[in-house]
Write a protein that binds this ligand. Structure first.
Ligand code: PAF
Length: 262
């Protein structure tokens, strides 16, 4: 493959958000590899590994005119010839929020991303900002483990009503889909208050949590993007992330918005 090589790691069921990553990769790289692998290591025992959408034919079709050099779609047996004994511990960035609700999730993500980087050896790898904690874990891993790949983060792609694109949106019923943008709207309200000078994060979040309704709140938090530790007070002159997760029926949605405090 002609260098620079760009890797777009995905779990398939591709949508416009993935295609934006592919476009960003094509702009920067001579060759672009898209990996499609539903990674069992990052799903908890009660999670949706078995029913996660798998649409390889559809994904190939979508990518056929996208300028991709190769699709890497290994089987579970190919990726994990033996049960992995050595895995990547993402440390404190992976402990809170998503990490707390999905024990082992970021260990699974970091481990498979490191394996993909080793297999493809890309100069660049492209990740969406929607999974902001994943992005933070991957960025820190690449830095701490001296991986020879630059991580490029790309803006979240949204539906016109604000809902962040996600392969899991396919699970939503019509009613759930109507309610789903509430997460983005609530995070936007948090971000607006912070940029207007509110600093008392717990009180602010308690005030705005009811706005998620009819979604069922999981968490709202404000974090530094490189730490993912929930803040009790918003520091001045900082770039922060308002992050959240909420349930629409059984489907868990996550989203985040960046905000600069005055
Ligand atoms: O964001 C995803 O789709 C996955 O977590 C990733 C990065 C492909 C690792 O399995």
């Amino acid at each position: 493959l002609a260098e620079p090589v760009g890797l777009v790691p995905t779990m398939g069921a591709l949508h416009a958000g993935h295609l934006a990553l592919v476009r960003a990769a094509c702009e920067r790289c001579k060759s672009v590899v898209v990996s499609i692998f539903v990674n069992p290591l990052q799903f908890g025992p009660q999670e949706d590994f078995a029913r996660y959408p798998r649409r390889l034919a559809h994904d190939r079709e979508l990518l056929s005119s996208a300028g991709v050099s190769a699709i890497f779609a290994p089987s579970v047996e190919e990726m994990y010839a033996q049960p992995p004994l050595v895995t990547v511990d993402p440390g404190s960035i992976g402990e809170h929020l998503e990490g707390e609700r999905r024990p082992g999730h970021f260990r699974g993500v970091a481990t498979v991303v490191l394996k993909l980087l080793e297999l493809v050896r890309p100069q660049y790898a492209f990740f969406g900002q929607k999974d902001a904690q994943q992005l933070a874990v991957v960025q820190r891993m690449v830095s701490d483990l001296n991986c020879d790949t630059e991580i490029v983060s790309c803006p979240t792609v949204r539906e016109p009503d604000g809902l962040a694109l996600s392969s899991r949106n396919a699970y939503l019923s019509a009613d759930e889909r109507r309610a789903a943008p509430r997460l983005f709207q609530t995070l936007r309200a948090v971000a607006e208050r912070l940029s207007a000078g509110r600093t008392d994060v717990p009180a602010l979040l308690a005030e705005l949590t009811p706005e998620l309704s009819p979604l069922r709140p999981d968490y709202l938090a404000v974090v530094r993007p490189e730490e993912f530790l929930p803040l009790a007070a918003a520091p001045p002159g900082a770039t922060l992330l308002a992050v959240g997760a909420a349930f629409a029926g059984k489907t868990r949605l996550i989203d985040n918005i960046a905000v600069k405090t005055p």
